[in-house]
Design a protein around this ligand. Structure first.
Ligand code: AMP
Length: 209
């Protein structure tokens, strides 16, 4: 199953991708996470990406597209993958179409009010790289693996506002996947498990493998 997760920043795409990855045995490819790893390791890519990410802007196409093409060419993507955070605009959607066919484009939607609430309590685990939350952590550590957590630089309130303005899911991307007959949308207002039940219903319906 080749799946892309669309949705506004903070709608819970990363959390759902982690759950889907565990259940369906698919690699979880998060472009944001790849950039964060490169920033942490102070690579050339990381240095360039950081200046955009810190301003709530998208990293330029030529860097992002190549990174995705290289990743999808790896062996573990042969039977499918979960793309989280890509494509983010119509140019990326068209580029991706040139690489492979997508089975399901699933939009995980959430109101702006809820997004701000969730992003303010979001933390990232420095050990398993999964998102967590002040509400889920145990003794100040990641509830999944016990790792130390940190706040993403771009989860600071001033950057959250910029990201919400600059990174809404474009209508032409939604229409692109609607026309292909692969678009689905669910609402992520409820708890993670409730949202995951909606996700599974869509995937099991669409997955004819
Ligand atoms: P995310 O973890 O998906 O919220 O991504 C964090 C940041 O990485 C975004 O705010 C962008 O600056 C950058 N980024 C992630 N994915 C993409 C993409 N597909 N195209 C351009 N920039 C991206």
């Amino acid at each position: 199953m080749k799946l892309i997760l669309l949705g506004p920043v903070g709608s819970g795409k990363g959390t759902q991708a982690g759950l889907i990855s565990a259940r369906y045995g698919l690699p979880h490819i998060s472009t944001g996470e790849i950039f964060r790893t490169n920033i942490k390791n102070e690579t050339e890519l990381g240095k360039i990406a950081k200046s955009y990410i810190d301003n709530g802007d998208l990293v330029p196409e030529e860097l992002t597209n190549k990174l995705v093409a290289d990743r999808l060419a790896q062996d573990d993507c042969k039977n499918g993958f979960i793309l989280d955070g890509y494509p983010r605009n119509i140019a990326q959607a068209k580029y991706l179409e040139g690489l492979t066919d997508i089975d399901i484009a699933l939009m995980i939607d959430l109101s702006e009010e809820k997004i701000i609430e969730r992003l303010s309590s979001r933390r990232m685990c420095s050990k398993c790289s999964q998102p967590t939350s002040l509400d889920w952590m145990v003794d100040g550590k990641c509830e999944k693996c016990g790792g130390d957590v940190y706040i993403r630089d771009d989860d600071k309130p001033e950057v959250i506002k910029m990201r919400l303005q600059k990174q809404a899911v474009p209508l032409d991307v939604i229409n692109f996947y609607k026309e292909k007959g692969v678009f689905n949308k669910i609402d992520a207002t409820d708890q993670v498990e409730d949202t995951y039940a909606l996700v599974k219903a869509v995937l099991d319906k669409g997955n004819n493998d």
